[in-house]
Design a binder for this molecule. Structure first.
Ligand SMILES: NC(=O)c1ccc[n+]([C@@H]2O[C@H](COP(=O)([O-])OP(=O)(O)OC[C@H]3O[C@@H](n4cnc5c(N)ncnc54)[C@H](OP(=O)(O)O)[C@@H]3O)[C@@H](O)[C@H]2O)c1
Length: 324
C-alpha cells in the first residue's frame, strides 16, 4: 500500500527530512481485537518531525509509517476518527496514565498510509457535520488542547487564559476551544500576520511574543518551552497555573523562575494527549458548537514532503492535512 514513512533518522536536527520516504509498505494485518481503518485524511503534527529526528522512536522500529491522526472508514463502512493513544489491553481508566501506552507511529505503524490498524476501542464515530479533513485534525493537536484547557487546566467560562505561539496546531485549537468555552483569550505570536489570524479565530487580544501584558491571567497554555517559559510564568496571577504539553523551542531553561513559582504559589501542570472519552467529548463539542479546526492547507498524501517542509520552516497557521 501507499505509505509515508521514516527509513532512517536525520543526521542533523536542522534537516529533519533526510530519512523521510514517500513510497510503499506492506498492507497491515489486524490481530485479534484490532480493526483496520481505511484512511481518508490524516494530519501532520510536530510529533512527526520529532520522529524523523529520532525522538520517541527507536532505530529498531524502522521503517515506521509516520502519522498519529486519521479519519476514515472502519471495516463496516462507518465513518470514524482514530484515537492515537494505544494503551495496554489490560489497562483500565485514563489511558494517558498507562506507563506502557504509546502513540501511533511510535511502536505501532502510523496513519500516513492507505490503511492503519488500531485496537477496536481506538475508534470514535465521526459525525456527518465534520469533514474527513476536519476530523483528522482532532486526535492529537485538538485533543491535547481540549485536555489542557478543560481537564488539566480546569478552566471555566469567565476565566482568562494566555496561549503562547498562536500559529501552531495545538495553539490554534487552544484559541478556538477556549473562546467556545467562554474564556477570555489572550494570545502571542512572533509573526504579525499570525497575530491577525489569531484575532479572527477568536482571541480577544494578541501580543508579540514576550510583550508585557495589561492583565495577569488565570492560566497559561504552553507548548513553546524555552522561548516563552519566563514570559508565561510572569503572566500569571498569584495562584495561577501553567499547563505545558510541549517544548517546540527546546526544553532547557536559562531561568525556571523558581522563586516566582513558590512566592506566587503557582502550579505547573503537565498534560499529554487525552483519553478516548475526551476525544468523544471533543467531537461532540465541535458538532454542537460549529467550531471547526483551522486547516492551513490540504495536500494529497503523495505531496506529504511539502507539508513536512512547511512545518519544519514554521510556515504554518493551523493544521496541515493529507488526503487519500
Ligand atoms: N504532549 C502532547 O500530547 C502533545 C501533543 C501535541 C503536540 N505536542 C507538542 O506541542 C508542540 C506544538 O505542537 P504543534 O503540532 O502545535 O506544532 P506546530 O504546529 O509546529 O506549532 C509550533 C508553534 O510554536 C511556536 N514557536 C516555535 N518556536 C518558537 C520560538 N522560538 N518562539 C516563540 N514561539 C515559537 C510557533 O508559534 P508562532 O509562529 O505563532 O510564534 C509555532 O506556531 C510540539 O513541541 C509538540 O511536540 C505535545
Amino acid at each position: 500500500m501507499f505509505a509515508v514513512y521514516a527509513d532512517s533518522f536525520a543526521s542533523s536536527a536542522d534537516d529533519p527530512l533526510t530519512g523521510l520516504v514517500v513510497g510503499e509498505r506492506p498492507d497491515p494485518i489486524a490481530p485479534d481485537g484490532w480493526t483496520t481503518v481505511t484512511v481518508k485524511a490524516a494530519s501532520l503534527n510536530h510529533h512527526d518531525l520529532w520522529s524523523l529526528r529520532g525522538v520517541g522512536l527507536k532505530a529498531e522500529s524502522l521503517p515506521m509509517i509516520l502519522g498519529c491522526d486519521a479519519a476514515g472508514y472502519d471495516e463496516d463502512g462507518n465513518e470514524v476518527v482514530v484515537h492515537a493513544v494505544v494503551s495496554d489491553p489490560d489497562w483500565t481508566g485514563d489511558e494517558t496514565f498507562d506507563p506502557r501506552r504509546s502513540l501511533l507511529s511510535e511502536r505501532h505503524q502510523g496513519t500516513f498510509a492507505d490503511k492503519v490498524i488500531v485496537p477496536r476501542r481506538n475508534v470514535v464515530p465521526k459525525p456527518a457535520s465534520l469533514s474527513f479533513a476536519e476530523a483528522a485534525c482532532l486526535p492529537t493537536a485538538w485533543l491535547t488542547a481540549y485536555r489542557m484547557l478543560f481537564t488539566q487546566g480546569d478552566l471555566k467560562a469567565g476565566d482568562t487564559v494566555l496561549v503562547q505561539g498562536a500559529g501552531g496546531g495545538v495553539a490554534t485549537a487552544l484559541i478556538a476551544l477556549a473562546r467556545a468555552g467562554g474564556l477570555r483569550v489572550l494570545a502571542t505570536s512572533r509573526d504579525e500576520a499570525k497575530r491577525a489570524k489569531a484575532l479572527e479565530l477568536g482571541a480577544h487580544e494578541v501580543y508579540e511574543s514576550g510583550a508585557r501584558l495589561p492583565v495577569k491571567v488565570d492560566a497559561v497554555m504552553e507548548t513553546v518551552g524555552r522561548a516563552t517559559w519566563s514570559h508565561s510564568i510572569r503572566a500569571l496571577r498569584p495562584g495561577g497555573r501553567i499547563v505545558i504539553s510541549g517544548t517546540t523551542s527546546g526544553p532547557d531553561l536559562d531561568d525556571a523562575e523558581l522563586t516566582r513559582i513558590f512566592f506566587l504559589q503557582l502550579s505547573v501542570i503537565g498534560s499529554t494527549m487525552g483519553t478516548r472519552g475526551e476525544l468523544a467529548a471533543l467531537v461532540n463539542m465541535l458538532d454542537s458548537t460549529g467550531v471547526r479546526p483551522v486547516v492551513d492547507r490540504v495536500l494529497p498524501m503523495t505531496a506529504a514532503r511539502d507539508g513536512f517542509a512547511a512545518m519544519a520552516a514554521g510556515d504554518v497557521f493551523g493544521k496541515i492535512v493529507f488526503t487519500r
